[in-house]
Ligand binder design. Sequence first.
Ligand code: PGA
Length: 257
Amino acid sequence: MSQLSRPTIIAGNWKMFMTIAEATDFISHFAPAVKGCEPKVYLAVPFTLIGKSVEASLGTNVVIGAQNMHNETGGAFTGEISAPMLRDVKAQFVLLGHSERRHIFGETSPFINKKVKRALLEDIQPIVCIGETKKEREGGTMKEVIEVQLNQSLSGVSASELEHIVIAYEPVWAIGSGLTATPEQAQEVHLFCREIVKKKWGKEAAERIPILYGGSVKPSNVRILMDQPDLDGVLVGGASLSADSFAKIVNFQTTKV
Ligand code: PGA
């Protein structure tokens, strides 16, 4: 399968870390270190940091986005943030259905689907996260779980809308655990996701959609993961909190580890 039409995306997910001062300091060190690099560089930051991070990354190739949003555009949803609010602070993408949202906050794929549709309407690129638990993998239901998550999260999305979507495969057991999926394990699921996309939206859509891997990605393992034909990038949690280690991941083609 040709990778020519798929961009490489290296995305960081800061989760609930960083203050404004830390974020601006990070970007001032990180942006020069990834200047002119081939992959697209995304940073999903906490809501409070979006405005200042966008400002700090002006004129660089660092793209700032959010880690979540609500599907409604406004209303009595205490504590929530809407897509127009994200647009207002110039967030360009949003993580949707991250495993911490699914497992800690009880978000379901049908709910994530509403958010995906809203993000598309508001011109914010959705990065739709899916992934199985250890129990599901060991119990033999991994593929079923992945297929249901993908189908439900992307239900009703047209082929042309799909062009704006990125999928992130993040096995729950690999997130923040130090247990990275082997390149072969990741490749197997990425290929499976592409087959699901092909069944539903056709061959071209399957070839075009970027599929990122997430779960304990570090400077020392990014390269062997990226060697897999169906991995188009990575979504990085812990290792994206240090400008040095995240720059090494972005520059994986030339980083010596
Ligand atoms: P991790 O997190 O790199 O710390 O495992 C990945 C993620 O949650 O996106």
